[in-house]
Each structure stands twice: as structure tokens, then as C-alpha cells.
Design a binder for this molecule. Structure first.
Ligand SMILES: [Zn+2]
Length: 461
């Protein structure tokens, strides 16, 4: 199932057609001139409401405004957020967008247009959903995998959460604008793309344990798998110089990130594109991780999560003859012990109750754990071969991330090495979606894996 030839890789258009929310993606030079036609084709529009920040207004908003005016599309209103401090995906900004549209003479016929990076897009995505409108997205950087995904990561009630909302109906991405984006944004997008390697490995693990009754596990869906996995290495190689402003590289990167969103739309879940590396980043997002007062981007957090997850995979599968055994004195915690541990790990956190609930849902009973241990031990070589065929070796991953100007050490995103490693414990408690961290926990080797990771002179150094 994991073997494929080039013929099995669907084209960008095939992936777009498999998505059920997004109808059109333009990514060609001069595509802004086609925005009036997009508005006419897909939206019952009597005007637009433009949302940007000072940087993205300069990079794209002014040109888009001029093209719309020239074409006679009424610009009913505009909201431009300040560039400094860097825009947060805060719910108060969603309220500002909604109020801006609601006071217009004909709000139901006005199309919100997001002109910006992941944050502007997430704000408009959610605001449009609350306004019961579809929106148009004009991305200004290949910075994140969320443009074409449904859902938006919003700071609400004090903590970051994924709020449901449909993906954009259409997008127009101008390569020249993407190429001029600040390097840290393109490197964030590249880091986010490397996470799809772990997503693939986690899906193989999940595919193995699903028939055994493991909670939150999914079988591999070959049609969706083919959208994201077979072409991934080629996309990574072609997009490696995106942060240097190489135009072909940013196009490749944007396409690859857009496909990840389309595969989520087709799968109706994040399984194809997000694994345990995103759980590390979710913990750091809850903590509002910043460096020198500047928030760390989603993609840079995911980069360190991807390095940590790769290290854990290499440690678990290090011995070709069989999986690591739990320590002699290992005793699997019972449900109440487990709930106490989860509760204290998230004590004082706004999402405490939700995480405790999820941890209870994903607590595996003893019989299922015994079946998982037996099956993983019996089928170890096959599982190891399948995972290692997908996993990019740590040293190669690190080299690739370095070329793409991504952070390589936890310190580069404001974390001590031991803090980053310890995050694995809390990451494993979140989300009922079977991944490597769950396998380590069920096999009784999470702690020994983390100790080996901590003792190593290679990983996260
Ligand atoms: Zn992501």
C-alpha cells in the first residue's frame, strides 16, 4: 500500500477537485487580474470588504484594490490592521471584521477578502463563517498549511483553539508576492511541510493498530494518502530555497501546502497532514511561545516538533530485531492514576477540563494494550520497514531544514532542550488521534525513549 509509482500521484487540479469546499486556486503570474472573474463566477457579490495588515496591504492589497476598481467591483469597506505589534489571531479582531461588514448597506452581498498571511486568513475565515458568507483568500506568503484547511486557530477566552469554519471558496496567489515575503514566513511554511513526513509515519502506525481497537486510530485511505505522501519529497526538494525568495520554490511550497488543506477537506479530518509533531506545537501554542517578545510562528514550532518526533521514531525503531521493552519495574498506570497525572500536567491551563476529558477517552484498556503490544512485536519488522521507508533520517532532515533557513534547536524558538523534550508527555495527553506518542505510551516505553533522547548528543542539539 505504501509503494507507489509516479502515476499514482494526483495533480494539483485532481487534489482541488477532491476538496469539497474550495473551488478554485489560481497560482500564476498576473492572477490578480482574474479576481473580478472569480468574484463573478463563485460569489453572489455586490462588492467586497478587504482585510489586510499594513505590510500585506502594501505587498498586495493596493494592487488588488486598483484592479477591482478598474473592473468596477465596488469596494464597500476596508480594514487594515497595524503591522506592529505583529497581528495575533485574537477573537477581538474577528469582532472588528464582523462589525465592519455588518454596518455596510448590503452586508449579505459583500464578500470578505483576506489579503495576508495565515493570521489574516484565519481571522477572515472565522469571521466570514459567523457572517454566513463565503470568502476569497489572497495569500501573501507560503507560510502555513492552514490557508486551504477548514478551521481557524484563534486565541479565544485566553487560549488558542481551533474554531470550525469552512475553507476559502477560492484563492489567488501571485508568485511574485509570495517570493517577496519575509524569509521567516517562507521558512515557516517549509517547516510546516516537513511535518507531513511524520503525519505519514503516524498514519502507518495508526493503520497497524486500528484493527486491534486502538482509540483514535484510522486505516490508511489510499486515495487521500496519494494526495499528500508520494509527492512529498519532490515538493520538499523543489521548495527548499523558498526563504531565499526563489519564485519557483515558493510556488512549489504554496502548492504543496495547499494540497495538504485539500486532503483535509477530502478526508474530513487532519489525519493525512498532521501527526504528533503538531501536538508539540499545540502545547507551545497554548503557552503563547515567544522569543524576545515576538511570537514564534506556527511553522517554526512545528519544525522543532518534527525534529523531536523524528528522533523518537529513530529511537523506537533503532533495533532491527524487535521493539524496546519497558523497564522491569514498569507498571502501567490505571485510569484514575492516569487522570490525576493529566490533571496535574495541565493544572491552571484554560484547556484543563477538555484535555482531561480527551485523555479519558483515549485511555486504552488493558486487553487492547496487550493486543497492541503483541501485534507490534509480532509484526515489528514489517512496521519498521514501512515507517523507515517514509521517515527522513534525522541528519538529512536537519540538513534540509538548515538549507531552508528553519530553526534547528529548541533554543531558536525560545525553549531549553529539556523543556522541548518534556513537552512530549503533555503532547501525548492531547487529541484522540493515535500517533507515535500513543504507541510509546501503550508499549510502556515513553519515559525510556525520552531519557534516551535527552542523553543523546545528536538529537535537538
Ligand atoms: Zn501546521
Amino acid at each position: 500500500m505504501d509503494n507507489y509509482d509516479k502515476a499514482s500521484i494526483p495533480s494539483l487540479t485532481d487534489c482541488l477537485n477532491a476538496a469539497d469546499e474550495t473551488r478554485e486556486l489560481l497560482i500564476n503570474r498576473g492572477c490578480y487580474t482574474e479576481i473580478p472573474a472569480l468574484l463573478e463566477r463563485f460569489y453572489q457579490a455586490d462588492g467586497v470588504y478587504l482585510v489586510s495588515d499594513e505590510n500585506t496591504r502594501e505587498a498586495a492589497g493596493k494592487l488588488v484594490g486598483a484592479i477591482l476598481q478598474e473592473a468596477g467591483v465596488p469596494i464597500r469597506g476596508e480594514l487594515c490592521f497595524p503591522a506592529n505589534p505583529r497581528l495575533h489571531a485574537d477573537y477581538s479582531s474577528i469582532i472588528a471584521i464582523k462589525e465592519g461588514v455588518s454596518v455596510l448597506p448590503n452586508p449579505d452581498a459583500t464578500v470578505p477578502v483576506a489579503i495576508g498571511g495565515g493570521t489574516v486568513n484565519d481571522l477572515v475565515k472565522r469571521a466570514a463563517a459567523e457572517l454566513k458568507r463565503t470568502y476569497l483568500c489572497i495569500p501573501t506568503a507560503s507560510s502555513v498549511d492552514g490557508y486551504t484547511a477548514y478551521g481557524a486557530a484563534i486565541l479565544y477566552d485566553g487560549y488558542k483553539q481551533t474554531m470550525s469554519c469552512p475553507a476559502p471558496l477560492s484563492l489567488a496567489a501571485e508568485p511574485e508576492v509570495l517570493a517577496k515575503a519575509p524569509p521567516y514566513l517562507s521558512s515557516s511554511g517549509f517547516g510546516d511541510l516537513t511535518s507531513k513526513i511524520i503525519a505519514g509515519c503516524d498514519w502507518i502506525v495508526s493503520d497497524t493498530v486500528e484493527p486491534l481497537g486502538a482509540p483514535g486510530a484510522n486505516r490508511i485511505d489510499t486515495r487521500i494518502w496519494n494526495m499528500t505522501q508520494p509527492g512529498l519529497m519532490d515538493y520538499l526538494e523543489r521548495s527548499i530555497s523558498a526563504a531565499q525568495g526563489n519564485s519557483d520554490a515558493v510556488i512549489a511550497l504554496f502548492e504543496a501546502l495547499a494540497i495538504t488543506g485539500f486532503s483535509m477537506q477530502a478526508f474530513k479530518g487532519s489525519r493525512p497532514v498532521s501527526g504528533c509533531e503538531h501536538l508539540f506545537s499545540h502545547v507551545w501554542e497554548m503557552e503563547d511561545l515567544s522569543l524576545d517578545g515576538i511570537p514564534v510562528t506556527h511553522g517554526h514550532k512545528v519544525t522543532i516538533g518534527t525534529l523531536a518526533a523524528t528522533a523518537c521514531y529513530e529511537i523506537f525503531f533503532a533495533d532491527p530485531s524487535g521493539p524496546p521493552s519497558p523497564p522491569r519495574d514498569y507498571v502501567r498506570p490505571g485510569p484514575s492514576q492516569r487522570m490525576n497525572a493529566v490533571s496535574s500536567a495541565f493544572k491552571g491551563n484554560r484547556s484543563h477540563d477538555q484535555v482531561v476529558k480527551t485523555a479519558l477517552e483515549k485511555y486504552t484498556d488493558d486487553k487492547t494494550v496487550a493486543r497492541i503490544r503483541e501485534a507490534v512485536t509480532d509484526n515489528y519488522r514489517e512496521l519498521r520497514d514501512r515507517v523507515l521507508a517514509r521517515l527522513l533520517p534525522y541528519e538529512k532532515l536537519r540538513e534540509m531544514l538548515g538549507k531552508a533557513l528553519c530553526p534547528l534547536k529548541p533554543e531558536s524558538i525560545g525553549l531549553a532542550r529539556n523543556q522541548a523534550i518534556a513537552t512530549a508527555r503533555r503532547a501525548q495527553m492531547m487529541r484522540n488521534k493515535y500517533c507515535l506518542l500513543d504507541l510509546l505510551w501503550d508499549m510502556g516505553v515513553l519515559e525510556t525513549t525520552l531519557s534516551r533522547l535527552e542523553d543523546s548528543k545528536t538529537y535537538l542539539c
